[in-house]
Design a protein around this ligand. Structure first.
Ligand SMILES: [Ca+2]
Length: 436
């Protein structure tokens, strides 16, 4: 082969390689902090003002039963985000450190030709953002002392930096833009105009919020005992105000994408790391396995996906990592535990027989076919709910006649998950009669 032929082949190969890269869509990945499904208008709360998140739901695919698997300490954000970046289930993610961390999502995208950037909250184990992103905006801590930095609100700093990134982006490579808002996490500070959108006397609390003693099985409750509905209404007001402020910024980011002509060529993900409880089941906080705390919104808008679909199939939030790879036709690495959601979207599979949830050695739960079993091994307490009839988990069925076989079946499923995930918590002392 002469030199000219080789040169022509290299040019041709280079063209094919470059065009494959530039053919990939961009990714805008927006993550909020402690936002429950209740704090999204499109997820069924008509009082929420989230027009831009709702628009993404209209144009994308929503998952209304997306779970955070749990946590290994009361700081729930950390496991959720560590699982998200490395794709490993809870107890494997707990072992991740700077030295042994597997390839993260941004690193894998970078290898596949993406230019990667993040702005906002970082709260994950393993590598630092400097190690895994090409460039960074302002990185915020897991817990802010105040949202006001030199008179600019952190939500606006994060939002504006994302807008600037899009406006100034001038590379041919697709980008991965990770925008991690601290909102609506405490301290819940924002402008009065946002508080005014949610007068406390108009706040409606769910039926599972009862005045009275806090839930004795939940150790980390961030409220004086007894629980007061007036306190919870104020928190909901603050929370919703923070969310609407963030939603305004999401609108700015979307507008920047449209102005750049990249909106239709961008996969957009919106999710939160987990939810939060404002009094539901006697919990003020998020270190519990009740639905308002353990689920969070997940929306994926992508070229080629039928818009406006909503799935109640139970999935994990962190399934989004392999889903993105699937949508981009990038091989999913063997080390990933989470699963691509495309079989759910294409209605070919429900992915898993059940959903396993865990909070250090305090709590375990399993959900199978709408039956949810929650265990508190330290007290030996147990709760059984039918989520179809009782989505707010208000009626514990554990003492009803004929439920023993359900409990045994759920226990068996939970033990299988313990084996799959290397969960060493011994349940036999507290629940021996159901395990025999
Ligand atoms: Ca969080």
């Amino acid at each position: 082969m002469n030199n000219l032929k080789i040169a022509c082949m290299l040019i041709a190969f280079g063209w094919v390689f470059t065009s494959t890269l530039s053919a990939q869509p961009n990714i805008l990945f927006i993550e909020s902090d402690d936002q429950s499904n209740q704090a999204v208008g499109a997820f069924g709360n008509p009082f929420m003002k989230t027009p831009h998140i709702d628009k993404l739901a209209d144009e994308g695919v929503s998952f209304t039963s997306a779970y955070n698997m749990g946590c290994w300490s009361p700081a729930v954000c950390v496991p959720s985000r560590t699982m998200l970046f490395y794709g490993k289930y809870l107890w494997q993610s707990q072992k991740i450190n700077k030295k042994n961390a597997p390839k993260s999502l941004p690193e894998l995208l970078k290898e596949n030709g993406f230019s990667t950037y993040m702005t906002g909250k970082w709260h994950a184990w393993g590598k630092s953002p400097e190690d895994i992103f090409d460039s960074l905006g302002s990185i915020q801590p897991g817990q802010l002392k105040t949202y006001y930095q030199e008179d600019k609100h952190v939500t606006d700093i994060t939002g504006d930096e994302a807008v600037n990134f899009i406006q100034n982006y001038d590379s041919e490579a697709p980008f991965f833009l990770y925008v991690a808002f601290n909102a609506p996490h405490v301290p819940r500070q924002t402008s009065q105009k946002y508080y005014d959108m949610y007068p406390t006397d108009e706040v409606k609390l769910p039926p599972s919020v009862k005045e009275g003693p806090l839930n004795p099985n939940i150790k980390y409750n961030y409220s004086p005992d007894p629980l007061k509905s007036s306190t919870m209404k104020s928190r909901v007001q603050q929370n919703n105000a923070m969310v609407t402020h963030m939603d305004d910024n999401i609108g700015n980011i979307i507008q920047a994408l449209k102005d750049k002509g990249e909106y239709d060529n961008t996969i957009i993900v919106f999710m939160s790391d987990h939810g939060i409880s404002f009094g539901e089941n006697g919990v003020a906080g998020k270190v519990c396995l009740y639905e308002p705390s353990v689920t969070a919104p997940l929306i994926i808008k992508a070229p080629g996906l039928t818009s406006g679909q909503s799935f109640a199939t139970r999935v994990y939030l962190q399934d989004v990592y392999p889903t993105l790879l699937d949508l981009l036709d990038i091989d999913i690495p063997d080390h990933l535990d989470f699963k691509s959601l495309t079989p759910v979207i294409h209605k070919t599979s429900t992915l898993r027989p059940s959903i396993y949830l865990a909070m250090f050695d305090d709590q375990r739960a399993i959900i199978k076919e709408n039956k949810k079993l929650i265990l508190y091994p330290k007290s030996g307490d147990m709760e059984l709910y039918d989520l179809t009839r009782d989505p707010w988990e208000t009626h514990n069925l554990k003492d009803e006649k004929g439920v023993d076989s359900d409990v045994k079946d759920l226990m068996k499923q939970l033990q299988s998950w313990q084996t799959w995930t290397n969960d060493s918590l011994d349940l036999s002392n507290a629940y021996n009669r159901y395990l025999r």
